[in-house]
Ligand binder design. Structure first.
Ligand code: GAP
Length: 463
């Protein structure tokens, strides 16, 4: 097939919905690729390309900075993915971390039973296997894939990935959430650090869930990253105001990575749908082109986890309040964020089509490339050498990129597309007088900056 030129591609992409655009843009511009594409892809998995990896790392750093570095009441850990199997019995995951599935007998397509029933009837029957089976086997409803009317029973599937470990005589699981690794380190943290309730332990890391259907690009995948906090509080405190503060903080973080507030909403889980450990859960959802989707969750987990781990490990997991001479099991507020979903929402919010350009309007701190450096002409060694010298200096502090391909207008467009806030061009006048032009992504204005003041300029404008 003949490759499309920029304009033709831009026009054809313009007709797609935002998620389709983000998917094709991500692959074309090195943000996110379908995994193992040379083998035909694998299980709806994705890998982050060079710009995507930078973006993801910047979002992680922004999160860590806001919730760990800048707070005196938080510490961070980095626990293992493979954890003691008893941990998952204690947390209820071995028996209860299930989703209901159903297969179409005709086309063999597998569905999440509750999602299918909701799509076919509008009823939310999550957790009610018999009811779902009755509906799906009534002969009234068609498989959305092939039109067949022959479904298996709805049955539960545990979502944890099982593996084996040398020297361990029982199945070991890849952690389905990072939270477990935090709870089992509660004692180590309180013994080794001078933390005082209320305090939190944060962690960023991989989690694995054998989702029945992975879908909506990186929104629902089987291997993903979470950014989680377990915030330990006095069980006797009035927790509602703190719960609301955490919700505001979660929203503030999403806004800081560029999310538009008008496309966010709070969803409180109805009492009868709460997870087994939760007294109250509120999600922040974003309005994607496929519908509302959860980005963060905030749950009051009471003392469920520490009490369960205490029971299963025969260890006391308590906190001693020396001021009031009280010993107690703290309660926990859990603000949790999906990292991949944060990347997706940051990309969706940043994606902007203007008259003659696509521009990723990322907040500067999360933009994958901060400064692009160009020589005005690629065949002038003096310009190229100076541009490379500037690149070398700036790269010590900022993530930079060199480009000498095509005319300046095209280079600007390429950088706009990946969201680079500034482009620096070395030209003949500047070479003589020791200055460069700096072009701003959002205003598209150019200004002259002295070469020896570039560092200061970016220190001030990129923070
Ligand atoms: N420790 C609590 C917990 O794991 P959760 O709501 O099941 O709560 C937390 O997951 C966050 O992880 C979600 O808000 C979502 O952003 C992200 N997440 C969950 N399942 C995911 C999946 N299959 N793919 C991508 N992100 C996922």
């Amino acid at each position: 097939m003949k490759p499309q030129n920029d304009k033709a591609r831009y026009m054809s992409e313009k007709k797609q919905d935002t998620m389709q655009k983000i998917v094709s843009f991500s692959k074309r511009r090195g943000f996110i690729f379908p995994a193992c594409e040379i083998y035909g892809g694998f299980a709806n998995a994705y890998s982050y390309g060079p710009y995507g990896a930078e973006l993801k790392k910047n979002i992680k750093d922004a999160w860590w900075s806001m919730f760990v570095k800048e707070r005196a009441d938080m510490v961070g850990i980095d626990g293992p993915i493979l954890l003691h199997p008893k941990l998952w019995q204690a947390s209820g995951h071995t028996d209860g971390f299930n989703d209901a599935m159903v297969d179409c007998k005709k086309c063999k397509k597998r569905f999440r039973a509750d999602h299918l029933v909701e799509e076919l009837t509008g009823q939310d029957l999550e957790g009610q296997l018999d009811e779902m089976t009755k509906i799906l086997q009534s002969g009234e409803y068609k498989c959305p894939e092939c039109g067949g009317k022959d479904f298996t029973e709805a049955r539960n599937l545990n979502m944890m990935f099982k593996t084996e470990m040398n020297g361990i005589n029982e199945p070991v699981y890849l952690r389905p959430e990072t939270a477990g690794a935090i709870f089992v380190d509660f004692k180590n943290v309180t013994d080794s650090m001078r933390v005082k309730v209320p305090f939190g332990i944060a962690q960023i890391g991989k989690a694995f869930r054998n989702e029945i259907v992975a879908r909506n690009f990186i929104f629902r995948i089987r291997e993903f990253e979470q950014m989680e906090i377990e915030y330990f509080i006095d069980p006797e405190m009035k927790w509602e105001p703190l719960f609301n503060e955490w919700l505001d903080k979660q929203e503030e973080f999403l806004i800081s990575i560029g999310v538009d507030k008008e496309n966010l909403r709070r969803y409180e889980h109805p009492k009868d749908k709460l997870s087994h450990y939760s007294q109250k859960t509120v999600d922040l959802e974003y309005k994607f082109s496929f519908g509302w989707g959860e980005i963060t969750g905030l749950a009051h987990r009471s003392d469920f986890d520490l009490t369960q781990h205490s029971k299963f490990s025969n260890q006391k997991l308590e906190y001693f309040d020396a001021v009031n001479n009280r010993r107690y099991v703290p309660h926990v507020l859990e603000p949790t964020f999906g990292l991949d979903r944060s990347v997706l929402v940051a990309m969706t919010a940043a994606y902007t089509e203007e008259e003659d350009r696509v521009v990723m309007k990322f907040p500067k701190n999360i933009a994958p490339i901060k400064v692009a450096v160009f020589p005005l002409l690629k065949n002038k060694p003096d310009l190229v050498a100076k541009a490379k010298e500037i690149l070398g200096e700036l790269s010590k502090k900022f993530t930079c990129e060199f480009d000498d391909n095509g005319n300046i207008g095209k280079r600007y467009r390429r950088q706009d597309e990946i969201g680079t806030p500034y482009c620096v061009t070395v030209d003949f006048d500047g070479l003589e007088e020791g200055s460069v032009t700096v072009r701003d992504r959002d205003t598209m204005e150019q200004s002259r900056v002295k070469m020896d003041e570039l560092d200061k300029f970016f220190e001030e404008n990129l923070r």
